[in-house]
Design a protein around this ligand. Sequence first.
Ligand SMILES: [Zn+2]
Length: 128
Amino acid sequence: MGSYDHLYKTARWQRLRKFQLMAQPLCAMCAEAGRVTPAIIADHIEKHDGNRTKFFTGRLQSLCKSCHDSNKQKFEKTGIAYEYHCGCNEHGEPTDPKHPVNVWMREHGYESYDDVPGPPPPPRNRTS
Ligand SMILES: [Zn+2]
């Protein structure tokens, strides 16, 4: 995202982002999974590749940081299902929903690492 900083810094984008998050304050991907998570990111549904028209007029969806970082970016790159990726969030937890740890959590009905009791069976990928 860094290379499009000049677009994200425009007043026009700041306004678009604000309206998107006001209109759709919850994360769209979490909502699909039945979770209620406040969205903090206005995400382009269609990849804009720095194209100003697409950037400013493309459809947006609201996402939380975790969904934005894990699902969207890799999906944009490949457009297809992918092998799991070892990216982590700021807590050192794998962000990819296909990561074995996350698959395990879903299978066992856990939504958050904090809900897992005792020592977690799958290894945590702590970075800090
Ligand atoms: Zn989310």
